[in-house]
Design a protein around this ligand. Sequence first.
Ligand code: AMP
Length: 190
Amino acid sequence: MNLVLFGPPAAGKGTQAKHLVDVYAMIHLSTGAMLRAAIASGSELGKKVAAIIDGGDLVSDDIVEALIESRIEALGSDKSYVFDGFPRTVAQAEALDGLMSRQGSRIDGVICLTVNEEKLVARVEKRFADEHRADDNLESFRVRLDHYNRDTSPLLPYYAAQGKLKTVDGMAAIESVSAEIDQIIGGLEA
Ligand code: AMP
Protein backbone atom coordinates (compact mmCIF):
# COMPACT_ATOMS: atom_id res chain seq x y z
CA MET A 1 0.00 0.00 0.00
CA ASN A 2 1.27 3.47 -0.89
CA LEU A 3 0.05 6.58 0.88
CA VAL A 4 0.55 10.31 0.54
CA LEU A 5 0.55 12.31 3.77
CA PHE A 6 -0.79 15.68 2.82
CA GLY A 7 -1.21 19.02 4.57
CA PRO A 8 0.33 22.44 5.16
CA PRO A 9 3.83 22.86 6.63
CA ALA A 10 3.92 21.76 10.30
CA ALA A 11 0.62 19.85 10.03
CA GLY A 12 2.29 16.78 11.57
CA LYS A 13 3.12 14.84 8.39
CA GLY A 14 6.60 13.84 9.57
CA THR A 15 5.29 12.71 12.97
CA GLN A 16 2.59 10.54 11.42
CA ALA A 17 5.01 9.20 8.81
CA LYS A 18 7.09 7.85 11.72
CA HIS A 19 3.99 6.06 13.00
CA LEU A 20 3.48 4.45 9.58
CA VAL A 21 7.12 3.36 9.49
CA ASP A 22 6.96 1.90 13.02
CA VAL A 23 3.60 0.12 12.74
CA TYR A 24 3.37 -0.84 9.05
CA ALA A 25 7.07 -0.89 8.10
CA MET A 26 6.36 1.58 5.33
CA ILE A 27 9.28 3.39 3.69
CA HIS A 28 9.24 7.11 4.43
CA LEU A 29 10.05 9.28 1.41
CA SER A 30 10.35 12.95 2.40
CA THR A 31 11.65 15.23 -0.34
CA GLY A 32 12.32 17.90 2.33
CA ALA A 33 14.56 15.48 4.25
CA MET A 34 16.33 14.42 1.01
CA LEU A 35 16.98 18.06 0.10
CA ARG A 36 18.23 18.90 3.62
CA ALA A 37 20.58 15.89 3.39
CA ALA A 38 21.86 17.19 0.03
CA ILE A 39 22.55 20.59 1.64
CA ALA A 40 24.30 18.97 4.62
CA SER A 41 26.50 16.89 2.29
CA GLY A 42 27.63 20.01 0.42
CA SER A 43 26.69 18.46 -2.95
CA GLU A 44 26.06 20.49 -6.11
CA LEU A 45 22.33 19.84 -5.67
CA GLY A 46 22.54 21.07 -2.08
CA LYS A 47 24.26 24.30 -3.15
CA LYS A 48 21.63 24.84 -5.82
CA VAL A 49 18.63 24.49 -3.50
CA ALA A 50 19.82 25.89 -0.15
CA ALA A 51 18.70 29.50 -0.64
CA ILE A 52 15.38 28.44 -2.18
CA ILE A 53 14.57 26.23 0.80
CA ASP A 54 15.68 28.77 3.41
CA GLY A 55 13.41 31.37 1.83
CA GLY A 56 10.45 28.99 1.85
CA ASP A 57 10.07 28.75 -1.93
CA LEU A 58 9.50 25.55 -3.86
CA VAL A 59 12.35 23.68 -5.52
CA SER A 60 11.63 22.93 -9.20
CA ASP A 61 9.43 19.97 -10.06
CA ASP A 62 12.15 18.21 -12.08
CA ILE A 63 14.54 18.15 -9.08
CA VAL A 64 12.10 16.57 -6.62
CA GLU A 65 10.62 14.24 -9.24
CA ALA A 66 14.14 12.95 -10.01
CA LEU A 67 14.85 12.40 -6.29
CA ILE A 68 11.68 10.35 -5.84
CA GLU A 69 12.13 8.44 -9.09
CA SER A 70 15.70 7.38 -8.30
CA ARG A 71 14.71 6.31 -4.78
CA ILE A 72 11.78 4.18 -5.96
CA GLU A 73 13.72 2.69 -8.85
CA ALA A 74 16.46 1.67 -6.38
CA LEU A 75 14.10 0.26 -3.74
CA GLY A 76 11.58 -1.42 -6.06
CA SER A 77 7.83 -1.45 -6.47
CA ASP A 78 7.14 -4.29 -4.03
CA LYS A 79 7.52 -1.93 -1.05
CA SER A 80 4.96 0.23 0.75
CA TYR A 81 5.78 3.90 0.56
CA VAL A 82 4.58 6.90 2.54
CA PHE A 83 5.19 10.15 0.69
CA ASP A 84 5.64 13.21 2.91
CA GLY A 85 5.94 16.69 1.38
CA PHE A 86 5.67 15.22 -2.12
CA PRO A 87 3.78 15.84 -4.36
CA ARG A 88 3.45 19.59 -3.81
CA THR A 89 2.17 20.60 -7.27
CA VAL A 90 -0.29 19.05 -9.72
CA ALA A 91 2.63 18.42 -12.11
CA GLN A 92 4.42 16.43 -9.37
CA ALA A 93 1.24 14.44 -8.66
CA GLU A 94 0.91 13.59 -12.35
CA ALA A 95 4.58 12.57 -12.45
CA LEU A 96 4.08 10.38 -9.37
CA ASP A 97 1.00 8.71 -10.87
CA GLY A 98 3.03 8.04 -14.05
CA LEU A 99 5.98 6.65 -12.11
CA MET A 100 3.79 4.38 -9.97
CA SER A 101 1.91 3.07 -12.95
CA ARG A 102 5.16 2.34 -14.83
CA GLN A 103 6.15 0.30 -11.75
CA GLY A 104 2.80 -1.55 -11.87
CA SER A 105 1.80 0.19 -8.66
CA ARG A 106 -0.45 3.04 -7.51
CA ILE A 107 -1.18 5.58 -4.80
CA ASP A 108 -3.87 3.94 -2.67
CA GLY A 109 -4.82 6.81 -0.40
CA VAL A 110 -4.07 10.44 0.35
CA ILE A 111 -4.44 11.46 3.98
CA CYS A 112 -4.86 15.19 4.50
CA LEU A 113 -4.11 16.55 7.98
CA THR A 114 -6.10 19.73 8.62
CA VAL A 115 -4.69 22.27 11.09
CA ASN A 116 -5.65 25.94 11.45
CA GLU A 117 -3.14 28.70 10.82
CA GLU A 118 -2.82 29.78 14.45
CA LYS A 119 -1.80 26.28 15.49
CA LEU A 120 0.59 25.93 12.53
CA VAL A 121 2.39 29.12 13.55
CA ALA A 122 2.68 27.91 17.17
CA ARG A 123 4.12 24.58 15.97
CA VAL A 124 6.63 26.24 13.65
CA GLU A 125 7.87 28.48 16.46
CA LYS A 126 8.29 25.45 18.72
CA ARG A 127 10.03 23.42 15.99
CA PHE A 128 12.42 26.31 15.31
CA ALA A 129 13.28 26.42 19.02
CA ASP A 130 13.80 22.61 19.12
CA GLU A 131 15.40 21.81 15.76
CA HIS A 132 16.71 25.15 14.41
CA ARG A 133 15.50 24.44 10.88
CA ALA A 134 16.48 27.51 8.88
CA ASP A 135 13.12 27.69 7.08
CA ASP A 136 11.04 27.56 10.28
CA ASN A 137 11.31 31.29 10.92
CA LEU A 138 8.01 33.12 10.56
CA GLU A 139 8.94 34.97 7.38
CA SER A 140 9.82 31.78 5.48
CA PHE A 141 6.85 30.03 6.99
CA ARG A 142 4.47 32.65 5.50
CA VAL A 143 6.05 31.99 2.09
CA ARG A 144 5.67 28.22 2.58
CA LEU A 145 2.04 28.65 3.58
CA ASP A 146 1.39 30.83 0.51
CA HIS A 147 2.89 28.12 -1.71
CA TYR A 148 0.75 25.53 0.02
CA ASN A 149 -2.42 27.54 -0.59
CA ARG A 150 -1.53 28.48 -4.17
CA ASP A 151 0.43 25.52 -5.59
CA THR A 152 -0.31 22.54 -3.35
CA SER A 153 -3.96 22.83 -2.32
CA PRO A 154 -5.10 22.23 -5.97
CA LEU A 155 -4.04 18.63 -5.28
CA LEU A 156 -7.06 18.25 -3.01
CA PRO A 157 -9.57 18.26 -5.90
CA TYR A 158 -7.05 16.24 -7.98
CA TYR A 159 -7.03 13.38 -5.47
CA ALA A 160 -10.70 13.79 -4.53
CA ALA A 161 -11.56 13.22 -8.21
CA GLN A 162 -9.61 9.95 -8.00
CA GLY A 163 -11.64 8.98 -4.90
CA LYS A 164 -8.45 8.77 -2.81
CA LEU A 165 -8.71 11.76 -0.47
CA LYS A 166 -9.27 11.18 3.27
CA THR A 167 -9.27 14.03 5.75
CA VAL A 168 -8.12 13.79 9.36
CA ASP A 169 -8.34 16.46 12.08
CA GLY A 170 -4.67 17.24 12.58
CA MET A 171 -5.45 19.46 15.60
CA ALA A 172 -6.18 16.38 17.72
CA ALA A 173 -3.58 14.71 19.96
CA ILE A 174 -0.85 12.83 18.08
CA GLU A 175 -2.17 9.42 19.24
CA SER A 176 -5.73 10.25 18.12
CA VAL A 177 -4.48 11.32 14.69
CA SER A 178 -2.50 8.05 14.43
CA ALA A 179 -5.58 6.06 15.47
CA GLU A 180 -7.68 7.74 12.77
CA ILE A 181 -5.00 6.98 10.19
CA ASP A 182 -5.01 3.34 11.36
CA GLN A 183 -8.76 3.23 10.70
CA ILE A 184 -8.31 4.65 7.22
CA ILE A 185 -5.64 2.04 6.47
CA GLY A 186 -7.95 -0.68 7.79
CA GLY A 187 -10.62 0.55 5.38
CA LEU A 188 -8.19 0.63 2.45
CA GLU A 189 -7.01 -2.92 3.21
CA ALA A 190 -10.55 -4.30 3.53
P1 AMP B 1 9.42 19.98 4.04
O1 AMP B 1 10.45 19.31 4.90
O2 AMP B 1 8.52 19.02 3.34
O3 AMP B 1 8.65 21.04 4.79
O4 AMP B 1 10.22 20.73 2.87
C1 AMP B 1 11.16 21.76 3.16
C2 AMP B 1 11.40 22.57 1.91
O5 AMP B 1 11.99 21.75 0.90
C3 AMP B 1 10.16 23.19 1.25
O6 AMP B 1 9.77 24.41 1.84
C4 AMP B 1 10.67 23.37 -0.19
O7 AMP B 1 11.55 24.46 -0.28
C5 AMP B 1 11.48 22.11 -0.39
N1 AMP B 1 10.64 20.99 -0.88
C6 AMP B 1 10.39 19.83 -0.22
N2 AMP B 1 9.60 19.03 -0.94
C7 AMP B 1 9.32 19.71 -2.08
C8 AMP B 1 8.52 19.42 -3.23
N3 AMP B 1 7.82 18.27 -3.32
N4 AMP B 1 8.47 20.36 -4.22
C9 AMP B 1 9.17 21.51 -4.13
N5 AMP B 1 9.92 21.86 -3.08
C10 AMP B 1 10.01 20.97 -2.04
